[in-house]
Design a protein. Sequence first.
Length: 703
Amino acid sequence: MPKHTGLTLGPGERPDPRDSEIVRELMGPLAERVRGANQTVTYLSLLAALLFLRETRPGCWQKVQAYVMASPEPQSSISLLKLVGSETDAALRRMGSLPEMQDVLARLEPRRFQDLAQVVRLVGALGPHAFQLFIEDYEERAQLRSREFFTPLPVARLMAALGRAARKSPPSSVYDPYCRGGELLGAAADTAMWARGRPGATDAPLPRLLGQTPKRVTLSLACMGLALRRVPFAVQLKPSGRPWEEKWPQELVDLVLTNPPFNMKDTSQETTRTGHWPYGAPPVGNDNLAYPQYALSVLAEGGRAAVVMPNKAGNSGNAAERAIRQALVEQGVVECVVALPDKLFSGTPVPVCVWLLRHPADADDHVLFLDARGLGVIRRGGRRVLAHDDVQAVLDSYLALSPGVGPARPHESPLATVPSARVDNEELRRKDYSLNPIDHIGRSSALDSGTAGMAEVEVWDEVSLLRERCADLDERTAGLRAELKTDRVRQAPRRRATLAALCEIQTGPSHGLLAPRDRTPHGVVPVVFPKHLRDGRVTDSADERVSLELAERLTRYRLAAGDIVCVRSGAMGPPAMVGADQTGWLMSSNVIRLRCLQDAEVVPYYLLAVLSRPDAVNWVRDRAAATAAPFITKNALGRQEVLLPPLDVQQEIADLLMLLGARSDAHRELAAAITHARALLLDQLTSASSSPSSRDSERKLRS
């Protein structure tokens, strides 16, 4: 018998109609009268705090009710909010969470005390499981971006159930490094409680829940939501940096569940890739393939990780991302990939996948792909919702096709209720290590009836993701000029220094050490030539590579993250900076390297910006033109002078320039993606017939 026979998601819960009606009233015009301008999330915190006090602190709830019912008048909205906030903070403090609800609720601007009192009375009439209704209604109204939106409850339950089913024993610890509102950790607790409630089940301990979040408001929401489930948890605030930049938790965990933000930069400086990457350093441009690696790094033996991933991460053409997928596949840590339908999330129509990863000790040479894109129904407002039966169907298919349970050709199994394929590593190699289910599973009739084909889906996924990224960068840069203290920066003292005083200057190897015959497209280590210095970056040199043995003999000529590479001979242009994923690449004879000295008090990116100025480039051209062919010597370049403000001012300027550069890049990529989409649409509209998917594309383009 399969070891997981009978495993289910628990009861097919439907919201109590009375609760739904009350939440609609709470989130309607009453919310507008209580919250004030642009305080939707703060109002959500008020509702959560009231329900939290009612369910976990009856004595505190009685104080709140007593104040609402007190007479004679007048009663103060400010006093009531302070009472709710202080009581909630005291409870959160006892749980080890960051207490700040009193400050948060002080931002509300209720017009009348009677409106606030009505909120208290309505929350008092709710059932004990209404917390998720608050979250879902808030999402519908707020149209959140990828860093902010919550994981839909059916998706959270699917991920928790998959992670639990894949293990040989129930997890004793569950960790979410980007826990948003705590919905994934809550789903893990729910799954554990349902498992305990099955007939014949043992009374196993509930798992300890661990999480990190970058937002204070969602920290409180997560803590209150988990406290309502009465499970042990520890959730901490991580307002900056990425989880891999600091070791937490200290011990390995049994299960990781996470829905990280897509296409985020590595650090605020966005010039280096930090962390330990056994499967390959992700590109600095986004963290998409950083989170799966981090999840694997914190797993105990026998552990599993379920990670929400953008579809494009599964078959991206980026060289670094393809190399990471190759390593993940070859080392056997990818267990299953589930393609989910589009329009599941409130802030974006983009479909996503769930990657189920296994500890390397459980490595296998097959990956199971499940295609759930045809599941779910569209509700009013255009958002798709997965029903309980939809989620159970995916789980049943996974269990039926798991190694040792399903037949040799699992896609023929009648137990598989969603389209599926179990693919071996040899086939994955032929498919360029794609981890996108649509590259391995034929289109189902449900999809043929109206869903866009593979190429179209990928194009519009790309456009939607880039639009979101552009909007985020536009918002981040909107107030930069006002925030930057321009007069202070301009009036900061400058010191004059030569490049020789600031940098170790190294010319490339001679032709005798690195001859043209040594270079081949089949080599391992890229060689950097002047043609690879573009827009301040070093581009990939796929056509110019050498063997690892030769590169190791030429160690002094290898590059490191933060190095500045300049043209030594040829057409003189602006320099470029070496990225973290280019560490170890080799200089050609035609370039020259600047490596900032540790005690020079210079920010590398600031120095790059100064050396990219037209006057600085022209200075080099003038010296290089003095020779028969354009050529700059080490000594001549070392005499170039730059003006340096204090270190903190350099950093401030560098941060601003990098952010604006990222914004420019994002808009350039969006323009290219729209051009691609336009070409696809043109082909569809001018072909023999116009399909429903073509008309859908036209609507997307107009929007």
